[in-house]
Design a protein around this ligand. Sequence first.
Ligand code: ATP
Length: 773
Amino acid sequence: MSNIDNDRKEEQARVESLTGLIINRIETLREKTGGIRGEIVDIRRDFWDDVTVNFEDSAESAETFASMKQQAELLSERERSHRHMKEQLATLERLKTSPYFGRIDLIDEADPDAKPDVIYLGVGSLLDDSGEEYLIYDWRAPVSSVYYDYGPGPVAYETPAGTIRGEMTLKRQYMIRNGQIRSMFDTGVTIGDELLQEVLGKGSDAVMKTIVATIQQEQNAIIRNERAKLLIVQGAAGSGKTSAALQRVAYLLYRYRGVLSADQIVLFSPNPMFNSYVSTVLPELGEQNMNQTTYQQYLEHRIGRDFTLEDPFTQMEYSLTGMSEKNYEARMDGIRLKSRAEFMERIDEYVSTLGESGLVFKSIVFRGRKLISGKAMAEKFYEMDHTVTIPNRLRSLSLWLLKELTGLAKLEQKKKWVDEAIELLDNESYAQAYQELSGKKRFTEQSYDDFDSERNYLAAKVVQEKFKKLRRSVKRGKFLNVPAIYKLFYQSAGTIQGHSNVSDQWELIREITLEQLLEGTIPYEDATPYAYLKEKLEGFHTHTTVRHLFIDEAQDYSEFQYRYLKRLFPNSKFTLLGDFNQSIFAHSGTGEVFHTLSMLFDQGESERITLYRSYRSTRQIVEFASRIIQDGERIEPFNRNGTEPTLTQAASKEDLPASIAERLRMLEKAGYESIAIICKTAAEAKQISEQLAPIYAGLRLIEKETVTFEKGNVIIPSYLAKGVEFDSVIISDASEEAYSRESERKLFYTACTRAMHELHLYYAGELTPFLQK
Ligand SMILES: Nc1ncnc2c1ncn2[C@@H]1O[C@H](COP(=O)(O)OP(=O)(O)OP(=O)(O)O)[C@@H](O)[C@H]1O
């Protein structure tokens, strides 16, 4: 019998004794939390009974105040304990069925002759009854990093007090379920294939899972990186970028507990559905979710009131299907142009000319009358010292406008409409007016119904009420007509130095952009330039409290967008997770974007980590997909075997749905619970969905508005499948017609790499050239 077999009994006994202890603790804590909850209810109910209220003189008032403060403190202390106990309970619940997943035996260099410290790692920490010894260490504790970074032999790890060195004499992994050790292995540096095989071999879920038990060394470097202000992770499809990002959030929340909170972390995800896909990982690790949003949602929030915003998926759909449209090439050229840093410089130049002239203001109109004209505002604005910044001059203008409005309100009170409005007031308003006037002693002694006083008072009230909206919009800077100013940029841009030579198609780009803007719609490629212009004019609305910004699918952002984000989050560290082989937007392309981004940080502040190993798909799928990309980064499959991907040629396009339905039946029979039919575009997805409906039931069509990711069989456009995964994938049309342009190569690669276990491709006519070699 090997050592490990000898140890097994002992290990199982330890698991049992720990589980017993955890169960006991849970019971005791439940009782205690119940008690505290009761106390809180009592304190809240009896709050005023237990406070001595007396405001008769200042000494009594002070006593009242002190007694209230004491009660409030007692309440908040009880509430704090309750929260703390609930957190402890949640940790114990997590540990109950699977208390730990790893063990390391360490000898400290400072005490080489001592017996090794035996350290168990789990998803939370557990102390013994004395509160001095750790029975389980949290996977994020400093010492736990040794588990992920080393095999048996010399080790080192960082603690807040400095580097600790020592020797690892044992590294063991466990799979514990329901209090039973299902398997255990002793391993080297990499966290064993056996466990990974088991985890990865399972069916996909509707939600992402935590990977703490099997984090790989190179992923650990991402999770625990604390130095870099800009951390760029380039990683093959399925290499665990998103997983590492989420564990990194959990790590940071643990490492900086009390300093960093979940609402100071923001994650930009590729689409709203993705938010639901990743939303359970952090709660599973006992942490709150960070703020999750999409770039589009952010833009919508900033500029959605000014224009109808085109979303990136509509733009994508156009770029994939609009080839035969009249100005297709010009628009595509425009998309690329507007994503570049040079375009930002053009906007900067434009803004500097606006400091001298050209700002457009909206007149303040009230009841169909112009109260203050836009022209008057422009005159006032340009009278101000030109060395003062535009946002500061706008602030002065806003103060001037508010003052003007006060004067205008007085004049307005004399108008006839005010009398009519007064007549329509209800009794309550009259009574209130009377009361307030009496309070202010505005009536003469002889009469309470001094008509003028009352009328003036009510008139002021009526006008004030109506002017409230005007004042509010002035305070919000609404008097600046940013949409018109942006349109003017295109109307006059030919005259801005250097602009006409940014693209041969510039004249046409201007024309088609203006056409859209005049219709009240802003193309996706203009949304960031517009938002940037708006911020430059109004002053940047920076998010200074955000400390960490995570951007998933980072290859899909343009240089312009990154420069904009850098300004919006000035105090934030950036973690970017991307794969250039999956750059599917017309504006995204090469690693240069990341290079220019790192130039926005000081030297030495940015780091880059590359992940080559792909965990999602079987070796066969990874090898198959690698053929699609030409000269991208190499991808190493994790050695998990499966069936070879298949290519099926149908006699005609019309025969495709029947063949696909047959494959669906086979896959379901094989037990797969999440199968995706991935189509190039939304239009194709819709068509296939209609064709399949009569012959195959239960397929859910995923559209850009879909917000939840549920387990089951779906039909999905390729660009919405980003970041997610399925047991098996069917590519509904892998023909030359669908995928042949260079811009479609990466889309095709992204689609194929969504498959975990099986991949099947269908086509009619010629096969895509990307697979012909
Ligand atoms: N260390 C690991 N242990 C277990 N599973 C892992 C590990 N790393 C990654 N995985 C699994 O591999 C799959 C892919 O991971 P993830 O989605 O994070 O990759 P990605 O790099 O973001 O992929 P893509 O770029 O294709 O969206 C997931 O199922 C994830 O759970």
